[in-house]
Design a protein around this ligand. Sequence first.
Ligand code: NAD
Length: 507
Amino acid sequence: MEQEMVCGQVQLKPGRSLMDWIHLMKSGKDMTGLRGRFIEITPEELAKHNKKTDCWLCIRGMVYNVTPYLEYHPGGEEELMRGAGADATELFDQIHSWVNYDSMLKECLVGRMTSKPTCVAKVSANQPGLKVPKETLLNGITVPDGSKKQLQDISPRYEWFQTEDMITIIIYTKQKDINSDSVIVDLEDGVLRTEIRQQEYSYILHLELRHEVQEVVSVHCGSKVGKIELHLKKINNTLWNDLGQPQEHNNSYKKNAVRDLFYRKCSLISKVDVSHNTRLFCFQLPPGCHLTVPIGQHVYLKSSIQDVQVVRPYTPVLSSLYPEARNENQTCPYIFLMIKIYPDGLLTPIIDKLQIGDSVFLSSPEGNFKCTQLKGVSELILLAAGTGFTPMIKLISFTLKISYFRKIQLMFFNKEEKDILWRDQLDKLTSIDKRFEVEYILSEPHSEWTGKRGKIERSLCSELLARHTEKLKRLVCVCGPNSFTEQVIGFCKELGISNEDIHAFSG
Ligand code: NAD
């Protein structure tokens, strides 16, 4: 039985799917072992519950009895056990699949800590999907964790002024080369939320505006000086005494990892079949939203299933691979998602049933790919399996726009011929631009298939890498099921490719 997969997943036992967990939570069973009591917990008490048969952990001061949940955790029991009897806040902030832990564990809530736990979860740098920055380089300044003074010094600041009919807010980011991809603006029901992403940190300006303004905000980015201007048009030509009422996290500068993802309501504009089970959904951002999804980053879609928030990552694509779609990323208020519908999945059947005009909640982008990884690169080697093709789409489009990219090779792994996404477009692209090459490898082909067969193998990687032009700097990008990605990384390393020349997309 096929199921929607979230990256970082382990194979769970039958009967341990997310839907099974939701049913268990709704069954009325006492999940905490405390018959509904909410207790105060000391660090010493928390530390006692550190076994698989009795596992409590603390996230943001709240304590959860996760014993019944261990077998259902998509990241596996071991991942959760690293937080057993300890403060798992940092661990959870670094595991993307936990974006909705509070909803997922609400029936497991035991109580609140009386003071900060003394024992902290083991966070491992080698764990896939985890990053453990002890210190972060920001604007060339090293910021040790918790150094409030230094954070204040480099935190953006803002000022505002008005004319009779306009409000202008200027945010000084104190960082050069900021681009409009780093600015996310949401204006809805008179509340303005602006987020400026600066590597691992973000600045938030969040205000309920004093008076009414028109829905559309114009955003100007003075990249060289690091200045961002927001222009709002007043509805009445009233003189404002202040900008408005500060909302949650206003004027704060924090690590992205500790911030909750922000969602806005987007409406479905179109839905087109890409293959027998995969569709291209086009969602329109609300009028007051300015958001660009950088290359290689994903967004989350959120839906409530029996009162539990279910979120899934999807990497936005373009409307097509053809040259005319190449500037969509910067200019367009639409988000295109190529989604495979798993009949037994939790979220995709709901998405599939959406009608034109229906809404979904779509998050701000996140992801581990940075365009700076392309610096100096002139050859791209892309290995994609199934919908792992989605992050490759913007990457192919972007690199083909630039003349110094000399060769882009895609090896695309699918089960059957009918599963190959955008095959017509890929084939046509090879004739439009000779720098682009594609090869299809099928794991369950019909007997007439004359192309390559099988799954990922060391010999395929070595053949692909052998086509490399010696003098050119190359980057290998990989995306697909976890085991596929792990195998590609392993083979590449065996074949002498260094870590910085391989990128595995995570979602
Ligand atoms: P699929 O099951 O149709 O398989 C496609 C091909 O992947 C197979 O033909 C095979 O060659 C290869 N493959 C599958 N399982 C494998 C295994 N265990 N070992 C080696 N190779 C294997 O693929 P799908 O249903 O389209 O799933 C795509 C996967 O890509 C999902 O797990 C999804 O989470 C992941 N994905 C990740 C991102 C991201 O990280 N940004 C984006 C999109 C998709």
